[in-house]
Design a protein. Sequence first.
Length: 308
Amino acid sequence: MSKRRPVIVTCAITGAIHTPAMSPHLPASSDAIVASAVAAAEAGAAILHLHARNDETGQPDQSVEGFGRIVPQIGAQTDAVLNLTTGGSPYMTVEERVRPAAQFAPQLASLNMGSMNMGLFPMQRRYPDLEGWEKAHLEGSKDLVFRNSYKDIDYILDACRDNGTRFEFECYDTAHLYNLAHFADKGAVKAPFFVQTVFGLLGGIGAHPDDIAHMRRTALRLFGDDMVWSALGAGAHQMRVAATVVSGGGHVRVGLEDSLWSGPGELSTSNADQVRAAKTLIETLGGRVATADEARQILMLAPQRQAA
């Protein structure tokens, strides 16, 4: 009998795109984020991709204090790899975005590999009654460039260099793969490259099977065996993209950051439910869910350090 391939499932717990009024199931407080992350790990997520939120308003919170309310608590209750965002929110400066990763020295942090338009405003059609910061959050994206310049990327790499932190390289389009190759060629990042290709977000590449095949083919040409390929599909594309990527030998990311839905018109009730759906998909396609320790081995993560 052939050995089943271990597939890493990353769960992105809350993110900075969706707002609390969009779903009662979106973790929008520190306690809710901790509980949802632990449940996702128990369901099979090897990696937990973490953002923090303001406990009063539910807004994205990239402060060290905000992450201090979730990182130690999650780490004490699970052995999953904690992956801290350096993307934060497109409305934040790079200095704000990198502070939690620089402080907590995680084994893994996300790193966006290029600037892009980030169009969240089409969601206004589904949520016409949003008010306050939630309405402004969507409306403002009509004139929003998510800045990730070469200088910004260097800044994040330098801020985390002494921590031993490795990166989930988030690539929203083909040019972002070439940007990663540029940093690899100059020795700023080391293999294996954990390449997270993102499909279906307005401003980035689409989620057609041809788009997925193109990104995979380009990444393989640029990085070959030095790449660990993963992908996520935004919104309704989530599980279809996951199926395509697992079939192609990749790893997957799910979670309420990326999609609030479990089916047409049906809200997903938890991050754990999405992880369980991914696990079923992976096993149906002949794989098995990787453990957290297997993910550490595959990604060659450094031993966890204690934050200062």
